[in-house]
Design a protein around this ligand. Structure first.
Ligand code: HEM
Length: 154
């Protein structure tokens, strides 16, 4: 499958679709717990590792918090709403300076971990599309950097 990443248009908060029920059906809660356990280990060791706690115990707390959110987003038990409450994607990420490059790194870590899971392409694509689109909401720093293909020669 193609783990496609499209560029964020700074300031735009595109509409996104929640993952299809098939993703949670195939992964089960246990699968999601494993996925986010591995994901946060990788992301905390990546180029954007500075955003995340380096302390083992604190990182475990982040994993626990986040997996609740993702189980709910995937159509499972409302663990997050029940214990934490309403989630605001923009506010939750405001304390961190997230550039498009940081988003790409985050998604790259997710791609690496998702590849380890033997589930159907339909399930994976549906989860990937959700993350790829919704992650655009976290980008809150406009570096103004252009890619070579954006530069029009005169
Ligand atoms: C679809 C994509 C994403 C979703 C759904 C998501 C969701 C979340 C959630 C639910 C939390 C926890 C909020 C709480 O404590 O209650 C969180 C925290 C966080 N997220 Fe994201 N996030 C996404 C993408 C990103 C990206 C792209 C980055 C950075 C490049 C990022 C960086 C962080 C950081 C640094 C935290 C705080 C960790 C801590 O508690 O120390 N997230 N995110």
């Amino acid at each position: 499958m193609d783990y496609k990443i499209t560029k964020t248009v700074f300031g735009e908060k595109p509409e996104y679709k929640l993952p299809k029920p098939i993703f949670l059906e195939e992964m089960k809660e246990e699968g999601l717990i494993k996925l986010f356990d591995k994901f946060y280990d990788l992301v905390s060791d990546s180029d954007i590792g500075n955003f995340f706690p380096q302390d083992e115990e604190e990182l475990e707390k982040v994993k626990a918090h986040n997996v609740k959110f993702f189980i709910e987003a995937c159509g499972g038990e409302k663990h997050y709403s029940k214990t934490v409450g309403h989630f605001d994607m923009i506010k939750a990420h405001e304390p961190f300076s997230i550039t498009e490059k940081a988003r790409t790194e985050w998604l790259g870590c997710m791609e690496e971990i998702l590849k380890e899971f033997d589930i159907s392409d339909e399930a994976k694509i549906s989860f990937w599309e959700y993350l790829e689109t919704f992650s655009k909401h976290t980008v809150n720093v406009n570096t103004g950097l252009k890619l070579p293909e954006d530069i029009v020669k005169v």
